[in-house]
Design a protein around this ligand. Structure first.
Ligand code: FE2
Length: 271
């Protein structure tokens, strides 16, 4: 998989979405966005299973594909391990979810009452929906939902939000499907860049297109980025030259994401 091809498809979808106007939160517009996101999601070759797995030892992983410079729109590929369940939570902004692979069962809830002093409230089930490949759902800012990934295989879904996730500091999650106590939800989202395999990297190295490979040891990448004159949108692969564990790469990825780089991937460690 050439990450440039994926990046071009993502940016084309984003441009089509932003051309719908300023009122993306309105239901009528979100219905149009659903179709655009479904069109991206059905191109599953752009999102190889190998490169978008749940993070090692985790039930999921959030791969950042795009964040608008003003942080008013964001797109992630959300990997969910077989059997993963996410209790009721809100987003505090509108959302559209479209399926690439696997089935994500959504239950939607409305909040009947909420007491911030006691961090408790009541929610009520409204409807459910199954989001399989090429299917989608949309949520309003005040809707709550649960997510359950079917057993039998990992899932991958596109999640589009009306703001960058790290700006959504007021989200809450309830302890049960009737409400009860709530806590802040995903106050500090952990985002990642997709992996590339050694084979994918070798193909990109020989395709004649611009490719920047940042091979680094912990701590020296910022200097490399500053010195290389890189632009957001440049095709970049990070290689952690020091260890077989790419946890150092994760930190560098977030530094790059904060600078607006999204056409990036990390060479997958060989275990
Ligand atoms: Fe959600």
């Amino acid at each position: 998989m050439d990450i440039q091809v994926r990046h071009d498809a993502v940016m084309s979808t984003i441009e089509q979405i932003t051309s719908l106007g300023a009122n993306l939160h309105e239901l009528e517009t979100r219905e149009k966005i659903r179709k655009l996101l479904e069109n991206l999601a059905i191109q599953s070759d752009l999102f190889p299973e190998e490169d978008f797995k749940p993070r090692p030892g985790a039930s999921g992983g959030l791969y950042e594909l795009y964040v608008a410079p003003d942080r008013s729109l964001s797109l992630y590929a959300s990997a969910g391990a077989s059997g993963k369940y996410q209790p009721p939570h809100d987003h505090t902004t509108w959302a559209v979810i479209a399926g690439i692979r696997g089935i994500e069962r959504n239950q939607f809830f409305e909040c009947l009452e909420r007491d911030d002093a006691t961090s408790s409230g009541t929610i009520r089930f409204v409807r459910d929906a199954e989001v399989g490949p090429g299917q989608s759902v949309t949520l309003a800012a005040d809707e709550f939902h649960t997510i359950a990934v079917d057993e039998g295989g990992d899932a991958l879904h596109l999640h589009l939000y009306g703001n960058a996730l790290d700006t959504l500091v007021g989200r809450i999650g309830f302890e049960s499907e009737t409400g009860g106590q709530f806590k802040r939800f995903m106050a500090k989202p952990m985002t990642f860049a997709p992996w590339v395999t050694q084979d994918e990297l070798e193909q990109m190295e020989s395709d004649g297109k611009a490719l920047t490979i940042l091979s680094f040891t912990l701590g020296d990448l910022c200097m490399a980025v500053g010195g290389a004159g890189l632009q957001p949108g440049d095709r970049i692969v990070l290689i952690d030259a020091q260890s077989q564990n790419d946890s150092a790469a994760e930190e560098q990825v977030r530094a790059l994401q904060r600078k607006g780089f999204h056409n990036i991937a990390v060479l997958k460690p060989v275990n």
